[in-house]
Ligand binder design. Structure first.
Ligand SMILES: Cc1ncc(C[n+]2csc(CCOP(=O)(O)OP(=O)(O)O)c2C)c(N)n1
Ligand SMILES: [Mg+2]
Length: 395
């Protein structure tokens, strides 16, 4: 069966679309009305929120309407700080925040790209989609209301409208607090599971614990590390805008991280960039580190050495493919033979480098890397437990 050719039954429900380029007062009024009367609204935020500078507007509005906030499963930007008590996790088909939600606002968010399959079921919730992109409106999900708008201007206007009507900020109590506690407990459980399976090697949980402890809370994370990506974006605290850049699920473009980190570091000389890269993804574009050396751009590169491409076989194997069988990765040449000495390679391109075979060595190499003025690379012995825990999510 070719799923691209398969015919499906699809009857879109009635939709009201507000498609004006300028802020449409009807759209403002309608969204204000919907949110004013919502008992348990959920806002799903996507990368557009960061790119259009709408994070502060969203924080204000979500306070006014006591909303919980979910992030995209593989967002490219930090669309909402995960330190905000309204953040309750990523959107998945089984996000607890969707249970009992009467209104779901999809705010510049992608649903089907990345790993959010199957599509979440929004049940009887009223679904409002807001985006700047006419092609994205209703492409993935029909919803009942579609608004083509700049997110920041719309959210500010809606918040003003609600404030005029006497709305006062609501503390994140009750439902939102319960969801937040559940997310925090899940995050803690993930951390202990990863640490428990690390077997003396370095897990994403160790890295997550070190990033801000050694680098400070404004350190910028560039996240492109295959199977550990979802751990780095979940376990690290991101409080400030522009402190997180991830590999968009839209393409999963391997090779993006090493050069992206150079550009981001050049744009933000006041902050330090840490690029957390999988050894496989790194090999797609590893020569970019020479640019960092040539221009003295002080990125700290962490290359997670687990011997090759692990996520592809792990995901497909968990779904029942023979690629999960022992030896299949080697047969596909997805493991690196001969093994790669990334640290020596980096040194040959002008970077200071270290190898870290356990969490203690990582901590001292990390501290040494931060003390350098130029680019550095740490080749990290990455725990296979991370890959196993990653695979369990697809079983
Ligand atoms: C340009 C490109 N080629 C191939 C792929 C398929 N792909 C996805 S992840 C991956 C390997 C990632 O390996 P690594 O960075 O070592 O992470 P690990 O799976 O070991 O955790 C590949 C080849 C892709 N997403 N993009
Ligand atoms: Mg790898």
């Amino acid at each position: 069966m070719d799923f691209l050719e398969e015919e499906i039954e699809f009857t879109p429900g009635p939709v009201t679309e507000y498609l004006h380029e300028a802020l449409d007062p009807d759209a403002v009024e309608r969204l204000a009305q919907i949110l004013r009367t919502a008992a348990s609204p959920v806002i799903v935020v996507g990368t557009e929120v960061a790119r259009y500078g709408a994070i502060a507007a969203l924080e204000r509005l979500s306070d006014l309407v006591d909303a919980s906030v979910l992030g995209e499963i593989k967002g490219a930007d930090l669309a909402f700080p995960n330190t905000n008590p309204r953040y309750v996790g990523k959107l998945t088909a089984s996000s607890p925040a969707l249970e009992g939600a009467d209104v779901v606002v999809l705010l510049g968010a992608e649903l089907t790209e990345g790993l959010a399959m199957p599509l979440p079921d929004f049940g009887d919730s009223l679904v409002v989609q807001v985006t700047v992109d006419p092609l994205a409106l209703r492409r993935q999900y029909a919803g009942q209301v579609g608004i083509l708008s700049h997110p920041g201007r719309l959210l500010d206007a809606v918040a003003d409208r609600l404030a005029e009507g006497g709305a006062v900020p609501v503390s994140s109590g009750g439902r939102v607090r319960g969801l937040r506690e559940r997310w925090e407990a899940g995050r803690e459980a993930l951390r202990s599971r990863l640490l428990g399976e690390a077997d003396g090697a370095v897990s994403a949980a160790h890295i997550a614990d070190l990033i801000h402890r050694l680098g400070g809370s404004e350190t910028i994370v560039v996240n492109q590390c295959g199977s550990a990506e979802g751990f780095i974006d979940t376990l690290v605290d991101y409080g400030a805008p522009w402190t997180y850049f991830g590999l968009s699920g839209k393409a999963s473009a391997q090779g993006w991280g090493a050069p992206a980190a150079v550009g981001i570091q050049m744009a933000r000389p006041d902050r330090r960039v840490i690029a957390v890269l999988g050894d496989g993804g790194f090999m797609f574009n590893s020569t970019a580190i020479h640019t960092a050396a040539a221009y003295d751009v002080p990125v700290v590169y962490l290359v997670l050495d687990n011997g090759g491409w692990r996520d592809v076989a792990t995901v497909t194997g968990a779904m029942g493919s023979s690629l999960g069988e022992p030896g299949a990765e080697d047969a596909m040449r997805w493991t690196f033979r001969p093994p790669i000495d990334h640290a020596s390679y980096a040194r040959s391109l002008g970077l200071k480098s270290w190898r870290a075979s356990n969490p203690e060595e990582l901590e001292s190499a990390f501290a040494a890397a931060f003390a350098e003025d130029g680019p550095t690379l740490i080749q990290v012995a990455s725990a296979m437990g991370d890959v196993r825990v990653f695979g369990q999510a697809f079983a």
